[in-house]
Design a protein around this ligand. Structure first.
Ligand SMILES: [Mn+2]
Length: 316
């Protein structure tokens, strides 16, 4: 059931013991909005804890409260007044949904949210769920501590591509400005998140040796078969690196993770890549989507390139 921002604020005010969760494979917005809300609720004297059913990447260890993020355990039961699920539909919170016994308040900015929670506050105009939490703090006449602001700023910055993507609005920038005024050190956040092990940068350089152009330079791709992938230490962030190449409209990375199992990531500058991803059972956003193809490497590569060619012809 959809509720308003004011009703969302009232639900939080009325609750004393609150568990906060977000999606598995958590990103900057999932972690930042969760910790930001936790700090705010704790300031109000409430018992608030973040519980996420996944490992939290170490690049987030500069965020206040990082070390207190818990993981649900099989068979465990936690009674609470409210379970707040952030940046997610309920199908992606893992075991938290079974472990925590409480009504679910869902707060999200994904327009694809399935509206399955007891209560849902959705605002698709916000660049990040952290931007909604910012508004919620304002609605509740709260103040931003430095700890809370650092976390919310991380969510805003990462989901908006450091205030560069098309979802960045004047409201996003104003929220960012106010969080900076509350003491955020933006360089601590960006330097923390940009950290990469030596092996990772070396791996990217190795993977880039396999870069190719297709469709008269409109498509750039890196296709790594299993044997090649085994020699590469890490190829994390590859698709975001090649998507910047001038003249390209679509970037694609295919990795043969196991024999006959290929993972695909795509980024576009306009073409709806969900149309390609869904043909292979995947999904995502208009400009960023992915899928898995359970075929041998040469076939997977050929079929994917054919699907891309068709999608580009249909667009023209
Ligand atoms: Mn988000």
């Amino acid at each position: 059931m959809k509720i308003s921002l004011r009703e969302t604020a009232a639900k939080l005010s009325a609750a004393q013991k609150i568990i906060i969760t977000a999606h598995t494979n958590p990103d900057g917005d999932a972690i930042g909005s969760s910790l930001g809300l936790m700090h705010f609720l704790q300031e109000l004297g409430k018992q608030a804890q973040v519980l996420i059913d996944d490992d939290i990447p170490a690049i987030f260890d500069m965020l206040p409260g990082y070390e207190h993020i818990g993981k649900p355990e099989e068979g465990q039961t936690i009674d609470a007044d409210l379970l707040v699920a952030l940046d997610v539909s309920l199908d992606r919170i893992g075991k938290v949904g079974d472990v925590v016994k409480a009504p679910v308040l869902n707060i999200d900015h994904h327009i694809t949210n399935d509206d399955a929670a007891d209560m849902l506050y959705l605002d698709g105009t916000c660049a990040a769920t952290a931007e909604i939490i910012y508004q919620l703090v304002k609605e509740m006449k709260g103040a931003f501590t430095k700890e809370c602001a650092m976390c919310l700023y991380t969510g805003l910055a990462t989901d908006s591509g450091w205030f560069r993507y098309s979802n960045t609005t004047p409201a996003t920038m104003r929220a960012g400005a106010e969080l900076l005024a509350a003491g955020v050190e933006p360089n601590i956040i960006s330097e923390g998140l940009e950290r990469r092990p030596y092996e990772s940068v070396k791996g990217l350089a190795d993977a880039l040796q396999h870069m190719e152009l297709f469709q008269e330079g409109r498509v750039v791709g890196v296709f790594l078969d299993n044997a090649t992938l085994e020699t590469i230490e890490s190829s994390e962030g590859l698709v975001d690196m090649i998507r910047t190449i001038e003249g390209t409209e679509l970037a694609v990375v295919l990795k043969e993770k196991e024999k006959d199992f290929c993972r695909v990531s795509m980024r576009s500058k306009g073409l709806d890549v969900t149309k390609i991803a869904t043909q292979f059972g995947g999904g995502g956003h208009v400009r960023a989507a992915g899928c898995a193809i359970q075929k041998p490497f040469p076939e997977a590569k050929a079929e994917l390139l054919a699907a891309i060619r068709t999608a580009m012809e249909q667009q023209a």
